[in-house]
Design a protein around this ligand. Sequence first.
Ligand code: ADP
Length: 247
Amino acid sequence: MNPKEFVLYIEDLSVSFDGFKAIDSLNLYVDKNELRVIIGPNGAGKTTLLDLICGKTKASAGSIKFKDQELTRRTEHAIVRSGVGRKFQTPSIYENLSVFQNLEVSYPQGRSVLGALAFRCTDEVKARVQVVAEEIGLADKLDMEAGLLSHGQKQWLEIGMLLMQEPELLMLDEPIAGMSAKERELTAELLKRICKNRSMIVIEHDMAFVAQIASKVTVMHQGKILAEGTMDQVQSDPKVIDVYLGH
Ligand code: ADP
């Protein structure tokens, strides 16, 4: 396989914690515009894998290539600058700032809140905020204080804050946790819309949601990949039924 053909090309990746192999010689290849969902039982290594990609955890061995650039020796900050965005489960928005300001401070020029508020909001930034606000469905809430948004809207705002940095790969950890049925529906539409010109990796437990959004599903177990394919393929795989879906 040729790394140049993939947005993300992971080969023989391993990491150990006190001798325990949390990720064990793992290979993963993500295409352009792909929405890859990673599923697997608790402790399978899903979060650790995303931590390795975004540089939060350093690999013991192996290679992570993003657009043919090696990430394993880069800092977390440099990895963000390369175009990889990661959203954790708990929203980290600025509750006292407006939706507009939250997006504005996330523009790459204004990384610190004070610095960003002091710097003059250019037409370029305003235009970018507008595009992102429309993409996340909050264009009519730009003046609202972010703390007053619903739980789902706060999650979308945080996705918008990542989009301000124009990532080419986005990684989300359980994006619909705590959302209403309507919010889950809108999130599925949002994620599919985002993937029209970016790639995404999502960790998710809700199988109905996985079936709705995934281009491809990867099942992890004990730090390795157990199965990979469409939702129908992995759901009918006896290995998967045995260790995970059958539980
Ligand atoms: P998942 O996200 O699939 O539930 P994790 O990636 O969180 O799984 O964890 C995989 C395994 O690695 C678990 O057994 C967990 O206890 C272990 N682990 C993860 N991070 C650390 C760490 N920093 N130190 C020690 N063990 C860890």
